[in-house]
Write a protein that binds this ligand. Structure first.
Ligand code: B12
Ligand code: SF4
Ligand code: SF4
Length: 344
C-alpha cells in the first residue's frame, strides 16, 4: 500500500513523499515553547495559541496513526538575488511570484487523500498546508523529506530549498521512513547573508528580525533600524534560501501555476506605490500577496523607496504623506527624509 501511495502522489505532481509516526518528534513542543517564551514570534499571537496541538499531532487529532508529508517544488528559473541590485525595483520572494500555493497544494493533497480512502475502506484523513496548528518542518524531517537547515527551513539533497510542505494525517497505519539528518556541515552561508541578523544561533530564527515576518506578518510601523535594512524586499525574503549550496542539485518545479509571473519579477517601485485598494486587489487576485492588503503592501513599497538611494522616487513617496493608513503616511515621511540624505 505504501509504495502504491507514494507512486500515486508522485504521479499527482508532488516531488517527494515520506511517512512518520505522529509522535516522531517529541522535542518539538519544548522547542516551540522556548521560541514563544523568548517572544521570537513577535505579533504572530496565533503561534502561542493551541500550543498543545502544534507540539503534538495526536492532541490535534487523537485517531491519527500516520503522518504523510509531501513536498511541492517551486524552484525558480531565475536568480532571486539579482533583483536586489536594482534598487528602483521591488524584490518579491519567489514563493509569491506565482499562484497562491495554499490552493494548489491543498487540491493536490485532497486528490491523494481521496485515493487513499478509496483504497482503504473506512480510512479517515485530514489535510493541512501551512495555516493549521501543525509543525510541518520537524514532521517532514522525521518523514525523511529533508532536514531543517541552519536557516530553520527544510532542504534536501535533491530539491535544494525550493519546496512547500503539505501534510496528510490518516487513521491508516503506514510503514514510517527513516528521519533525515543534517547535511549542513560547517557551512554558514545562510546565517552570514541575512541582512537583519535574524539568527540568534544556527537552527534558530528570531522572527521579529526576519524580513519575511516584517513584510508579511508585522502590523504597523517597522522599527527604523530594521526598515533601513530591508532594502527593496517588499514581500518575503529569499536570501537565506537562495545562497544555499544545495540548490545546485534542485530539480525543477512541475506545476506551471507556481512559476513566476513576468510582472512580478522586478516591478517598478513607483508603479506599486500608486496602487489603490481596487487596483491592488485586481493585480494580486489569486496571489498570496493579496492576503496582506493594500496598506501593508504600500507601506513595504515605501520603505523600499526610502532605501533606494534614488531621489527621483521622492515624488512617489510624496503622494503618500497624507495616506489614510498611518503606517503608510509614516513610511512616506521617513522615505522622503532618507532620500534627502542622498548626496547629489
Ligand atoms: C510561522 C512561519 C513563518 C515565520 C517564522 C519562521 C520560522 N522559522 O519559524 C516567518 C513569517 C518568519 C516565516 C518565513 C518564511 N517561511 Co514560513 N512558516 C511558518 C509556519 C506557519 C510555522 C513555522 C513554525 O512553526 N515556526 C515556529 C518555530 C519554533 O519552528 P521551527 O522553525 O520549526 O523551529 C525549530 C528550530 O528552531 C528547531 N531547533 C531549535 N534548536 C535547534 C537545534 C538544533 C540542533 C536543531 C536541528 C533544531 C533546533 O526546533 C524548532 C521546532 O522544530 C510554517 C507552516 C507550518 N504550519 O509549519 C511556514 C513555513 C515554515 N514557511 C515556509 C516558507 C516557504 C517561508 C519563507 C521561505 C517565505 C519567504 N520566502 O519569505 C520564509 C523563510 C524564513 C526562514 N528562514 O525561516 C514553508 C517552508 C518550506 C520548507 N521547505 O521548509 C512552510 C513550511 C510553509 C509550507 N507549508 O510550505 N514563516
Ligand atoms: S528570510 Fe531573509 S531576513 Fe529572514 S532569516 Fe532569511 S535572510 Fe534573514
Ligand atoms: S546555506 Fe549552508 S548552513 Fe544554511 S541551510 Fe544551506 S547548507 Fe545549511
Amino acid at each position: 500500500m505504501k509504495d502504491r501511495l507514494i507512486a500515486y502522489a508522485l504521479e499527482a505532481g508532488f516531488a517527494k513523499v515520506g511517512i512518520c509516526r505522529p509522535d516522531a518528534v517529541p522535542q518539538t513542543a519544548e522547542r516551540l515553547a522556548a521560541f514563544v517564551d523568548a517572544d521570537m514570534h513577535g505579533q504572530m499571537n496565533w503561534m502561542a495559541e493551541r500550543m498543545g496541538w502544534r507540539g503534538d499531532p495526536t492532541a490535534l487529532w487523537p485517531d491519527v496513526r500516520s503522518v504523510i508529508m509531501l513536498a511541492e517544488a517551486y524552484t525558480p528559473k531565475h536568480d532571486p538575488l539579482a533583483v536586489l541590485e536594482q534598487p528602483d525595483r521591488a524584490a518579491i520572494s519567489v514563493y509569491a511570484q506565482g499562484r497562491d500555493y495554499h490552493d494548489v497544494v491543498k487540491k493536490r493533497l485532497k486528490n491523494v487523500g481521496r485515493w487513499l480512502i478509496d483504497q482503504v475502506p473506512g480510512a479517515e484523513i485530514k489535510v493541512f498546508v501551512d495555516t493549521a496548528p501543525v509543525m510541518e518542518k520537524p514532521l517532514a524531517q522525521a518523514a525523511g523529506l529533508g532536514w531543517q537547515g541552519k536557516h530553520t527551513n527544510l532542504l534536501s539533497r535533491d530539491l535544494g530549498n525550493w519546496f512547500f510542505l503539505g501534510a496528510i494525517f490518516t487513521t491508516v497505519d503506514l510503514r514510517p521512513d527513516d528521519a533525515e539528518v543534517s547535511h549542513c556541515g560547517s557551512c554558514t552561508a545562510c546565517l552570514d547573508i541575512c541582512p537583519t541578523d535574524a539568527f540568534p544561533a544556527p537552527y534558530q530564527l528570531d522572527a521579529r528580525r526576519c524580513i519575511s515576518y516584517l513584510t508579511i506578518e508585522h502590523k504597523g510601523p517597522v522599527d527604523e533600524e530594521l526598515r533601513g535594512q530591508m532594502g527593496n524586499r517588499i514581500y518575503g525574503c529569499d536570501d537565506c534560501l537562495a545562497i544555499c549550496p544545495w540548490n545546485k542539485f534542485a530539480s525543477e518545479g512541475r506545476d506551471t501555476r507556481l512559476a513566476a509571473r513576468e510582472d512580478l519579477l522586478a516591478p517598478p517601485l513607483a508603479e506599486l506605490a500608486a496602487l489603490d485598494d481596487g487596483e491592488f486587489r485586481r493585480r494580486f487576485s489569486g496571489s498570496p500577496i493579496k492576503r496582506i492588503g493594500r496598506d501593508r503592501f504600500v507601506r513595504n513599497v515605501t520603505y523600499a523607496i526610502g532605501n533606494s538611494g534614488d531621489p527621483s522616487l521622492t515624488a512617489a513617496a510624496s503622494t503618500l504623506v497624507d495616506d489614510a493608513d498611518p503606517a503608510v503616511a509614516d513610511a512616506a515621511r521617513w522615505a522622503i527624509l532618507k532620500l534627502k540624505e542622498v548626496p547629489s
